[in-house]
Design a binder for this molecule. Structure first.
Ligand code: KG4
Ligand code: ZN
Length: 343
């Protein structure tokens, strides 16, 4: 399939960041994210504020992305946008903008499943990309899924969290110790200077490839209550060790499930994707799996800029689908609770 001639404008607005990218084939010409700082003070994303911020960000971010790409709008062949899952108001802004922009220029749209975009981010240049089939553990703030990726359009979810997502676990624990949202990157930062063996948190025992993270939050809450009753400054005195221990517990659970997925499927090409794939503990643990002396995995870790939500990953899906002439229509509406990839 020759994709190098296609130029795509891509929009990602499923949550609180307005992402816009321009891709030519699998090469990213520009990739911008307008972050919404406003949510930090509320301890989580406020949907109404997110959609308002998307509204004010989207036009200037699209203009800037096109000028950064060094192309004129006439060179764009199609507009890809996230249709779901995500926050309904946020998705509505991106979808409406994308459809209107494309309609005005008589070019097609490509509606994109957000989780498929996280997986296919591995195909953005320079790569090298995984070969099919491969396993992808997609770990974000809203999802945690073990995916058997058969092809760009055939992905099978073979395991998923039964409750909280891994990113949610990081964020909830961070909130318990008073860190602002999103707390995942801060736990990662403090963990770097801590001892992961300082405090032991037990792994949840879910059968098979499914996962569970809500128990960890409760365990940490009880642990903190007990410690704080004896030592009111426990958090300040143990911040690094505490963060390292929590991170190690979450990463341990993810790696255990990856090991089981490799064993069950016999596939040794292993990728991670989504916001939590930016976590240095997870990246390190996976890298170690790739350098095992006996039976190493072939591991694929996305560059930092393609881990958390971004439009380049939406653009690569746009390129794949446009090459197959799989386009959407003006009648497509956002799907906040979109079905799983394999349904
Ligand atoms: O994929 P993403 O940007 O948005 C969703 O689709 O949810 O993921 C955001 C999640 C948040 O929960 C955030 O705390 C987490 O990814 N995250 C991290 C790190 N960077 C982002 N968690 C742990 N360590 C990090 N370095
Ligand atoms: Zn995401």
């Amino acid at each position: 399939m020759n994709i190098s001639h296609l130029t795509i404008l891509a929009i990602e607005s499923s949550c609180d960041d307005t992402g816009v990218a321009v891709l030519k084939g699998n090469k990213v010409l520009s990739n911008l994210v307008a972050n919404q700082e406003i949510h930090a003070r509320y301890g989580g994303v406020v949907p109404e504020l997110a959609s308002r911020a998307h509204l004010s960000n989207i036009t200037p971010t699209v203009e800037l992305a096109i000028s950064d790409a060094g192309i004129s709008p006439e060179e764009i062949d199609a507009v890809a946008y996230t249709i779901g899952p995500g926050l309904s108001g946020s998705l509505l802004v991106g979808a409406s903008f994308a459809k209107a922009w494309a309609w005005a220029r008589r070019i097609p749209t490509v509606p994109v499943h957000h989780m498929r975009a996280h997986v296919l981010a591995h195909f953005i240049s320079p790569g090298p990309p995984p070969e099919f089939p491969f396993l992808c553990l997609t770990v974000s703030g809203g999802h945690t899924q073990m995916i058997h990726v058969h092809s760009p359009s055939n992905m099978e979810v073979i395991g998923a969290t039964l409750d909280d997502a891994a990113g949610e676990a990081f964020d909830k624990v961070a909130k318990l110790i008073g860190l602002p949202y999103p707390g995942g990157p801060l736990i990662d930062k403090y963990a770097a200077l801590g001892n992961p063996e300082s405090f032991l948190f037990s792994k949840s025992k879910v059968e098979g490839l499914n996962m569970s993270f809500s128990g960890l939050k409760t365990q940490v809450l009880r642990f903190l209550q007990a410690q704080l009753s004896q030592e009111p400054d426990f958090i300040d005195n143990n911040l690094h060790d505490f963060c390292a221990s929590v991170q190690s517990a979450i990463v341990g659970m993810l790696i255990t499930k990856l090991e089981l997925a490799v064993k069950t499927t016999g596939i040794k090409q292993v990728a991670i994707a989504g916001g939590v794939s930016a976590n240095s503990g997870l990246r390190k643990a996976l890298t170690e799996k790739g350098s095992l002396s006996e039976d190493p995995w072939k591991v694929f870790i996305p560059p930092m800029s393609y881990c958390t939500d971004n439009a380049a990953m939406v653009g690569i899906v746009g390129i794949f689908d446009a090459a197959d002439k799989k386009f959407g229509s003006l009648a497509d509406t956002p799907q906040p609770r979109m079905p799983d990839l394999n349904s």
